[in-house]
Each structure stands twice: as C-alpha cells, then as structure tokens.
Design a protein around this ligand. Structure first.
Ligand SMILES: NC(=O)c1ccc[n+]([C@@H]2O[C@H](COP(=O)([O-])OP(=O)(O)OC[C@H]3O[C@@H](n4cnc5c(N)ncnc54)[C@H](O)[C@@H]3O)[C@@H](O)[C@H]2O)c1
Length: 333
C-alpha cells in the first residue's frame, strides 16, 4: 500500500514507520518534526515531508490523484497538558486540520483512514473494563477533540472510505523519538535518576500498552477486511493496573532500593479499559509485557541512548513552553 503517516516523526510514528516499510508498504511521513527529523532517518520506500497539516492547500495537493491507499493520522498536540497550553493552537491542529485531512482523504480516494484516538474519550467511568459500547464523556480539551474527530470520521465513512478510530491506552517503552511524559516512562525515569518514585494516591486504575504493540495494531488494522472495521472504534490496551501497581512493577525491574513515596491527593479518578473486542473480533493481542518498557529504558539510559534524560525534548508540554510550534517551510527532506 501507499500510506501517508501524519506525525511520522513522533513517539509512535518513529516505531510504526519502520514496521510499515518492513511489510513492503511505501510510506510518506508528514510531520512538523517538532521533536527532530533525525529521529526518522531516510530509508528505502520512505518519503519524508516537513510540513504542517494545517496547511490545507498543501495537504489537498499531496492527497490529489489518488496518491494514497491509506492514511494513518497520528499528528496532534498529543496530551492533556500540552493541549491546555494554547487552546486555539490545539483546536487548529486537533480539530480543524484533522477534519480537513479526513475530508480531503475521503475526496481524493483514500481507502482506509486510521485515526489515533484515545481511551481518554470515555472520561472517568466507575464501571470496571470500559468497552466500546460505553458513552463518550470527554473531560479535557484533548479528549473532546478526539471524540469530535471520531464523529467527523464516522460521518464520512462509506463503501469506499473505511475510517477506523484507535482508542489507545497510555503508551510506554522506548522509541527513537522518546517521550518521558507518559506514566510508566515517568516512573521509570524517576527510579533510574532519583532512586525514588512519588505516587499520588496510588489506587487509581490506568490502562497501558507498549509502543511496539500499538504500532503493531496500526499495521494489523491496515490488513483487515474493510467490512470488519469500517466506521468502528477499538480499545487497544495490554492491561489495567493501579498506579501503585505500576510503581511496584518499576521497582521490581529497576531495583529493590527504589523508594516509593505516597503523596496525598484529592484526585482519585480511576478508569480501566476492556480490549476484548479487538482480541475477539480482530485477533489482536498485545505481545509485550509492560515490564519490558522498564528494562528497555534502563538499558537505554545505561548505554547512553538517552544522552540528556532531563531535556525538555522528551516532555511535550515543557518543550512547547519554550519553542514555537511552527510555522515550517513545506520541504521534502
Ligand atoms: N502516546 C500515548 O500514550 C498516546 C495514547 C493515546 C493516543 N495517542 C495519540 O497518538 C498520536 C501520536 O502520539 P505520540 O505519542 O506519537 O505523540 P508525539 O507528540 O510524539 O507525536 C506527534 C507528532 O505529530 C507532529 N505534529 C503535531 N502537530 C503537527 C502539525 N500541525 N503538522 C504536522 N505534524 C504535526 C509532531 O511534530 C510529532 O512528531 C497522537 O494523536 C496522540 O494523541 C497517544
């Protein structure tokens, strides 16, 4: 397939693109490369475009003449705190540009559109194991636009345009473009660099998945029969654990001397996700245990693969406070 991946230079994109190339697909990676273009090195079958998905004319030109069989739309302001930083910016990327990308893809003959949604669309639910049947009650701006985009995508779906929403759990593990602002990665970072983890509360349940597994799901979803996935959303998660359970997992991997301190909190929001639908109907089961993320990070820190682990480049909101988000000159790298 000829696949356009937006956000190809991001945490998930830099793991996904090599997998797509290994499957024999031709990939065009469109990204601002806000976190660095060197994280997605040149490769056979890969075309890298530094560009902004908000540049509607360029995006429409890129999609013209049926150039792509599929689009994987990852580009976004990609967590709650960075989305709150500048609501207008967030709206322009996560809603307006995403809607345009969906409409242009539909208009220009893209057959499959995979949208990186998030488990956060459900909001906080008491129900254990929230399924795709549960209502969407997003609380944050980030989650609200994810939910709105799912609706826009579903509105475009027809016989020839197969839109699918991927409601991912929080991701963890090593990537060429590493993020250290995600739960398990944060806990592991503190265990490695401070020998101590602070847990706020601890009983709250959270779903997580390894970055290799979420990338595997995108690859898998491109291969499935359109009739099976058209217009549907799938929860993708390895397992639910309490935040304290995750801290103890990190300690078990990093070393018994790691101290776990509990900090009182009013925030007891807790949720857990059921990923049974994808398992049952799509035959997809994540293969990596969450511990693997900790051992990967430990080895990467030890071998100098994370040269400056305190750098803002690993923490989206911190970098966005210091460096403007675009504009960039549309350039084929
Ligand atoms: N990482 C997670 O835990 C997680 C969980 C659920 C959903 N998601 C979703 O998956 C997608 C990818 O997440 P990630 O962790 O790889 O995030 P990331 O921040 O590492 O990557 C996002 C990429 O999009 C690019 N980008 C942002 N705005 C752009 C624009 N206007 N034009 C072109 N490129 C732009 C950035 O440069 C970056 O490379 C996002 O949509 C995110 O919301 C991530």
């Amino acid at each position: 397939m000829r696949i356009l991946v937006t956000g190809a230079g991001g945490y998930i994109g830099t793991v996904l693109v090599p997998k797509l190339l290994a499957e024999g697909h031709t990939v065009t990676g469109l990204d601002l490369f806000y976190y660095g273009a060197d994280r997605l090195p040149p490769a056979t079958g890969l075309y890298r475009i530094m560009g902004d998905i908000r540049d509607e004319g360029r995006v429409a030109d890129l999609l013209r003449d049926g150039r792509f069989d599929a689009v994987v739309h990852l580009a976004a302001i990609s967590n709650d705190p960075s989305s709150e930083l500048d609501p207008d910016l967030t709206r322009s990327v996560n809603l307006v540009a995403s809607r345009h990308l969906m409409e242009a893809s539909h208009a220009h003959g893209v057959g499959r559109f995979l949208f990186a949604s998030s488990a956060s669309v459900y909001g906080i639910k008491d129900t254990p194991n929230v399924t795709e049947e549960h209502s969407l009650d997003p609380i944050t701006l980030y989650a609200r636009y994810k939910a709105e985009c799912e609706g826009i995508l579903n509105g475009l779906v027809d016989e020839s345009f197969c839109g699918v929403s991927v409601r991912s759990a929080t991701v963890c593990g090593l990537s060429p473009r590493l993020r250290l602002d995600l739960t398990i990665n944060i806990l592991t970072h503190f265990a490695l660099t401070r020998g101590a983890i602070r847990v706020f509360g601890g009983d709250q349940m959270r779903p997580n998945i390894h970055v290799e597994d979420i990338a595997d799901f995108y690859v898998h979803a491109l291969s499935l029969d359109a009739d099976v996935v058209r217009g549907r959303a799938f929860n993708i998660s390895r397992e639910n654990s309490s935040v304290m359970g995750l801290a103890e997992m990190v300690r078990a991997e990093i070393g018994p001397d790691v101290k776990i301190g509990i900090v009182e909190t009013d925030d007891h929001r807790s949720y857990s996700l059921s990923a049974d639908l994808a398992r049952r109907e799509l035959g997809f089961s994540p293969r990596r245990e969450l511990q693997y993320a900790c051992t990967q990070l430990r080895d990467a820190y030890a071998t100098g693969r994370v040269p400056d682990p305190e750098s803002d480049v690993y923490r989206n909101v911190e970098l966005m406070k210091t460096r403007p988000f675009g504009p960039v000159e549309w350039t084929e790298l």
